[in-house]
Design a binder for this molecule. Structure first.
Ligand code: 3PG
Length: 306
């Protein structure tokens, strides 16, 4: 069996070592394609592989067409909007993710961005504290739950809304369950997004919704850029000089945000919520084990295109 690790944004060295050890033990060959710049490199690399591990790398119908022997693709991470699931099913390719494995890493970055934001981007002026502020968590999945856990350490008041998670589950975690996302935006000082990019969520974080935030509101996005209605957010931030937007996923209109909202907008140069050695090891090795489990024993736990 030949396995491809295709990561435009590479894993840490220690994660790559761990992944190789899993495949060595199974007697599988490993090929690495890191930091590639052209799709043609990916199309070439997938030709003779049985399985692949990816991160945010795009696996579309063209890639699947080129990957004649491919049986499984595992997205080492949570969001799998970068895989064309229907095309994978049509090609008899199993698609999986590794839920939860990088959740703590993303959650910690939320607070890195937040402290940076409330301390005025470390410009030396007097900022504010997170303690006592109300944090709204939009979607209470693995990342949202980790955000709630860390927020407790900061002494924050925490609320969450999740269309797919019962209020009792949210309340059992010591978090106030908001009745709607509108209520979450209306009642919180800070809202942190942890929703996937789906047809329902795309551009759902829009002018009207964010406009419900209280004076001095902060929107944090470590989820996906696609969930933001960028034109709507720009219009709102032009009208409301009190709002801040912090993200680790550069919007398409990054230059416009940066030019119009200095001191109120910050985006990391590259998506980095899950970019820690620990998250890479957790997600990468989980992906490798899931591939071995599938190819050897037919285990389809975590399949997302059933
Ligand atoms: C995820 O969905 O797991 C995160 O967005 C991490 O994405 P990355 O692997 O591209 O860092």
């Amino acid at each position: 069996m030949k396995i491809l690790v295709a990561t435009e944004k590479p894993f840490s060295g220690v994660a790559v070592k761990g992944i190789k050890e899993v495949f060595d033990a199974a007697g599988y060959e490993v090929a690495m394609l890191e930091k590639y710049t052209e799709k043609s490199q990916l199309l070439d690399a997938v030709k003779d592989v049985d399985a692949m591990i990816i991160r945010s790398d795009k696996v579309d119908a063209e890639v699947l067409d080129a990957a004649k022997q491919l049986k499984i693709v595992v997205r080492a991470g949570a969001g799998y909007d970068n895989i064309d699931l229907a095309a994978a099913a049509a090609h008899n390719v199993v698609a999986m993710n590794t839920p939860g494995q990088n959740a703590n890493s993303v959650a910690e970055l939320v607070f890195g961005l937040l402290v940076f934001g409330v301390r005025n981007f470390f410009n030396g002026t007097s900022g504010t504290e997170l303690k006592g502020k109300k944090l709204g968590i939009l979607a209470f999945g693995n990342v949202g739950r980790n955000v709630a856990r860390v927020a407790k350490g900061f002494g924050m008041d925490i609320a969450a809304y999740d269309a797919y998670c019962p209020a009792e589950v949210i309340e059992a975690a010591g978090v106030t369950a908001a009745k709607s996302q509108e209520e979450l935006f209306e009642t919180c000082d800070i809202v942190s997004l942890h929703i996937p990019a789906t047809p329902e969520t795309k551009q759902s974080i829009n002018y009207d919704l964010v406009g419900k935030m209280k004076k001095g509101g902060i929107l944090v996005n470590t989820a996906r850029k696609e969930v933001i209605d960028e034109a709507g957010l720009i219009k709102l931030m032009e009208e409301r000089e009190d709002l801040k937007y912090l993200t680790d996923i550069k919007p398409d209109a990054d230059a416009e945000f940066a030019e119009k909202f200095p001191g109120r907008y910050f985006a990391t140069p590259k998506k980095m919520g899950a970019q820690t050695a620990e998250a890479n090891v957790n997600a990468g090795i989980a992906a490798a084990n899931q591939i071995v489990g599938f190819l050897r024993d037919g285990i389809t736990k975590f399949q997302v295109n059933k």
